[in-house]
Design a protein around this ligand. Structure first.
Ligand code: RP5
Length: 169
C-alpha cells in the first residue's frame, strides 16, 4: 500500500511492515506522521510466523528496493521487528502493538529484549509508539535532507505553540 507523496522521486524511503491487517489501525499512526511531513511510505503485511518466506524476501531486498528505514509493528509474540533486523542493515524501529490478552506487555518484551549485535529501536506500546516511529523515521531521514529537517522543526514549534499554559479558557 504505497502512499505517493506528489513530488517525491524514486522509491518510498520508509517501509511500514506489520504482522497482521489487524495491526493497521495502530500502524496507520506511523503512516499519518510521515504523510504530514511529506515523507513517502509503503505499508504491507509481513508475518514472521504466518508468512516467513515473505519476511525473508522483504528483509533481504529492502535495501535494494530503496528503503532507508523500516518500521515494524507486531503484537503478542512479536518477532517481526527482530527477525527483520536480523536480515538487513537498515535501521528497524519496532512498534509493540497492544494485544488483547496482555495489553501489549508481551509485544513490548518480545521486541525490546534483542541480543547484543542486532538492534531494534523499540517505541512505546500502541498508538503513541506508532506515531513516534513515524516521527523518528523522519528524523533519521532529515539528517541528510535539510528541507525535511525544516518541516520537522516547524512541526515541533507548532506542537509547542499549541500547548496552553492555563488550565481553563
Ligand atoms: C501478530 O499477532 C500480529 O502482529 C497481531 O498483532 C497479532 C494478532 O494477529 P491476528 O490474529 O489479528 O491476525 O502476529
Amino acid at each position: 500500500m504505497p502512499n505517493p507523496i506528489p513530488d517525491s522521486p524514486g522509491a518510498p524511503p520508509v517501509a511500514i511492515i506489520m504482522g497482521s491487517r489487524s495491526d493497521w489501525p495502530t500502524m496507520k499512526g506511523a503512516a499519518d506522521a510521515l504523510t504530514s511531513l511529506g515523507v513517502a511510505w509503503d505499508a504491507r503485511v509481513v508475518s514472521a510466523h504466518r508468512t516467513p518466506e515473505r519476511l525473508f524476501d522483504f528483509a533481504r531486498s529492502a535495501e535494494t528496493q530503496g528503503f532507508k528505514v523500516i518500521i515494524a509493528g507486531a503484537g503478542g509474540a512479536a518477532h517481526l521487528p527482530g527477525m527483520a533486523a536480523s536480515m538487513t542493515n537498515l535501521p528497524v524501529l519496532g512498534v509493540p502493538v497492544q494485544s488483547k490478552a496482555l495489553s501489549g506487555l508481551d509485544s513490548l518484551l518480545s521486541i525490546v529484549q534483542m541480543p547484543g549485535g542486532i538492534p531494534v529501536a523499540t517505541l512505546a506500546i500502541g498508538e503513541a509508539g506508532a506515531k513516534n516511529a513515524g516521527l523518528l523515521a523522519a528524523q533519521i531521514l532529515a539528517l541528510s535532507d535539510p528541507a525535511l529537517a525544516g518541516r520537522l522543526a516547524a512541526f515541533r514549534q507548532a506542537q509547542t505553540d499549541s500547548v496552553a499554559e492555563s488550565v481553563e479558557d
